[in-house]
Design a protein around this ligand. Sequence first.
Ligand code: FE2
Ligand code: FE2
Ligand code: FE2
Length: 164
Amino acid sequence: MSKSEANLKEAFAGESQANRKYLAFARQADKEGLKQVAKLFRATAEAETVHALTHLQALKAVGATAENLKAAIAGETFEFTKMYPAMIEEAEAEGEKQALRSFRYANEVEKIHAKLYGKALANPAGLKETEYYICPVCGYTCEDHAPDKCPVCQAAGKMFYSVG
Ligand code: FE2
Ligand code: FE2
Ligand code: FE2
């Protein structure tokens, strides 16, 4: 790997994290009634996304959709078969309850993501038209409509939001 390729990967990770962190900071600023600061965080978060995406393009990490679905399935599968199980074990050993809950939720939901991607990969052009609903607590993702209760974290279905 060339030095620039390694640097692009590192910069992509950093910019991606900055994007999510600034969005979390914006929510906090909103809670404090600091609307303009929230807006600044959201604007900067968008700019970090621009940086993340130009780094990703330079890495040539975006292929055709069938290839991208395969990459997505591989990533999700790694997470729920290797990454999160090891992290869950360590959080249990350390008694880190909040980390444990966060890892467990993500671990369960990545399985569902891999399934949804698998379905898409089987027939990308014929994938059923539907809305997707997301649990704001654990990230559980489903088609058609929100459940009464989240099957992963038991949050009320009325908290779900849709991505259409
Ligand atoms: Fe940036
Ligand atoms: Fe996922
Ligand atoms: Fe949930």
